[in-house]
Ligand binder design. Structure first.
Ligand SMILES: [Zn+2]
Length: 646
């Protein structure tokens, strides 16, 4: 294990600052991974230690994708409105106090309150990432300016704190961490701030942010350097999230190998070893701070070529998705995995499926898809987008959820705008700012349409624009129009989802005689002329997703959508402010009497209203709508389905 002295490190940081002007001139592709891969082509000979594994397909830079009308844009705009509501002075308050500067701003509350040990995670971290991502997705200059103010003022705080340390809480928290005394999660918070600064550099070109994050890395090296391997492993028992991820990305962006060595000091042996040996020892773990460690493993694989890290990431993904996820794609209960693989039916409660876990699993999925473009990965990604992400931001005011309860008879609770600022507010703020990042991937000569979201893609290298018009999932298909100055040879690969049994496609009004099977890409390779139009039809059907350990506990789905039974509206007080409803507040919902696995025997579509259904042949009829559309009502996702007594 490489160890650093602070003096050695700070010299390197000074050199880094000097070379950062050069780095910015290479230009950035708005994604640490894409960015590093583009650069590696230029720098291969000079710097052989960069990305060793190329993604087979890569995303387009977010600035080349713009959302069109539809539910995703509604979510993004709600998030944008929320980000604009946060004044820089309030965000900076606790950082300034911690740096000994004056601040008369009204402090934020919740997890940003001046006495909360996690303060700074949102204000100096997620906020910067979200603003940078939103800028990449929309070109919102005003939001970028606010974030630049925050970076510049945080820079003053960092200078005042000396040594490269930057936080809204005192450095003594790290003494407590070293001594194994009680402290919440100081490295978790530092990771968010470092990631926010790095995103500001990568996505908006903020040079100062890169200098600041390198100084922070210098401080981290100075702190961890004197610690023995065993001591460091003990420290890793306290939540530290994505330290390995951000330090790897810092290496990818700067090409300085010592950041990668520093990243790997955050490898938690007792977590990685069983995964590398394909053993599920996830029971009892805190979910949201372990997924980012696997994202770090994915980055180590990409940066070192070490297959063991790929094994860790792929085995982990398979296990979480196939054995530890619910119908929405969400995972965790009360923030943890509490059961053996596949034992989920007793886990349903008011605090199932923390939103951060969906965010982090989606990030991990993109890496796996880059290595191996398996449509199954995008089936899972789509499941999360339309059931767990669109449904957990309040479209009215941009407030966000912590847990998405999956036990029937509860309701959705949203944070307060200035007085919650949970971890999930942070990851949510980022998520809805980056809905542009996965819709389209590409290789040298073809584009992959992964998600059906109204949007426009610009591919200047090919002289082509694709316009996707759809209100999917409220529409069962999409229309893609090709805009180009002249005809262009190109493969257009359309994802046929796992749930699409009988799709069809037309080009310029003429139906193609062939289609592709579920969970595959339909390849259309030809010379496209300006104005060519592809119409893809993906008929949705009812199907059942039952609990792996109880076939009679069923969730009904329609195409990609989890359907939820709608019950009475809840009060405003019930909707806002709490992490989750309390267990005693559950309302009993009726059991369903029907044959297991046959949704058509108890659910009928409402002919008058799209995406609306009702139960039939039951003691009381229940209206069912997609879970993501449920905002202020009690709902039921999983039903006890019992066969009618003879
Ligand atoms: Zn969270």
């Amino acid at each position: 294990m490489t160890q650093f002295s602070r003096r050695h490190f700070m010299t390197s940081v000074a050199a880094a600052a000097a070379s950062s002007t050069f780095l910015s001139q290479i230009g950035f592709a708005q994604d640490p991974v894409v960015d590093a891969q583009a650069k590696v082509k230029n720098l291969k000979e000079k710097d052989p230690n960069r990305e060793r594994v190329s993604w087979k397909l890569v995303p387009f830079p977010m600035k080349q994708v713009r959302l069109g009308d539809g539910p995703s844009k509604v979510a993004m705009e709600a998030d944008r409105q929320y980000l604009h509501s946060l004044p820089p002075d309030r965000l900076l308050h606790t950082f300034r106090i911690n740096a000994g500067a004056q601040s008369s701003a009204q402090p934020l509350g919740g997890w940003e309150a001046p006495d909360c040990e996690l303060r700074g995670h949102y204000a100096g971290g997620h906020y910067l990432s979200a603003a940078a991502l939103m800028y990449a997705s929309t070109g919102d200059e005003d939001l970028k300016k606010n974030a630049e103010v925050v970076v510049a003022e945080l820079g003053k705080c960092q200078t005042a704190l000396k040594s490269g340390y930057l936080s809204a809480f005192p450095i003594e928290f790290f003494d407590r961490l070293r001594e194994r005394e009680r402290v919440w999660a100081p490295f978790y918070t530092i990771h968010k701030i470092m990631a926010g600064l790095l995103d500001m550099y990568v996505l908006t070109g903020n040079e100062q942010a890169l200098e600041m994050v390198e100084k922070m890395a210098g401080w981290v090296a100075g702190y961890t350097g004197p610690l023995s391997y065993d001591h460091m492993q003990r420290i890793l028992s306290t939540e530290y999230g994505g330290m390995g991820e951000v330090l790897s990305n810092l290496y990818a962006v700067t090409g300085k190998g010592y950041y990668l060595h520093l990243a790997q000091r955050f490898d938690k042996k007792w977590f990685f070893d069983p995964l590398a040996e394909h053993r599920d020892e996830l029971k009892g773990l805190h979910v949201n701070t372990h997924i980012p460690q696997v994202i770090a493993a994915a980055r180590y694989y990409e940066l070192t070529g070490d297959q063991r890290y790929r094994d860790i990431a792929e085995y982990f993904w398979d296990e979480v998705v196939s054995e530890r996820s619910y119908c929405t794609g969400g995972t965790s209960n009360g923030e943890s995995w509490n059961s053996d693989p596949g034992k989920l039916s007793a886990q349903l409660g008011p605090s199932t499926t923390e939103c951060c876990c969906a965010y982090n699993m989606m990030k991990l999925t993109r890496h796996l898809f880059g290595w191996n473009p398996d449509p199954r990965l995008m089936d899972y990604y789509e499941r999360l987008v339309f059931n767990h992400r669109l449904g957990t931001i309040n479209p009215e005011d941009g407030t966000m959820m912590y847990y998405l309860p999956l036990a029937s008879g509860y309701w959705k609770t949203f944070g307060k705008p200035f007085d919650s600022l949970w971890c999930c507010t942070g990851t949510g703020s980022e998520e809805y700012a980056k809905l542009t990042d996965t819709i389209y991937f590409h290789d040298d000569d073809s584009v992959y349409v992964n998600l059906y979201i109204g949007s426009e893609l610009e591919w200047p290298e090919k002289g082509i624009r694709l316009k996707q018009e759809t209100r999917f999932p409220e529409e069962q298909g999409t229309t893609i129009t090709i805009n180009a100055k002249s005809p262009v040879q190109l493969g257009i690969n359309l994802r046929v989802p796992y749930w699409a049994q009988k799709g069809s496609v037309k080009i310029n009004g003429t139906a193609l005689p062939v289609f592709s099977s579920p969970s595959s890409y339909l390849s259309l390779n030809r010379v496209w002329k300006p104005g060519d139009k592809i119409e893809l039809s993906l008929p949705m059907n009812l199907h059942i997703d039952s609990m792996p350990d109880n076939q009679h506990l069923e969730a009904a789905m329609y195409g990609p959508l989890v359907l939820a039974g709608r019950f009475e509206e809840v009060t405003k007080e019930m909707s806002y402010g709490d992490y989750e409803p309390k267990p005693g507040d559950q309302k009993k919902v009726p059991d369903i009497v029907a044959d297991a696995g046959k949704p058509a025997t108890w659910i009928e579509p409402d002919a008058k209203q799209p995406l609306t259904f009702r139960t039939v042949g039951q003691s009381e009829p229940v209206t069912m709508v997609p879970l993501y559309k449920m905002i202020h009502e009690r709902y039921a996702v999983y039903w006890n389905v019992n066969i009618k007594p003879a």
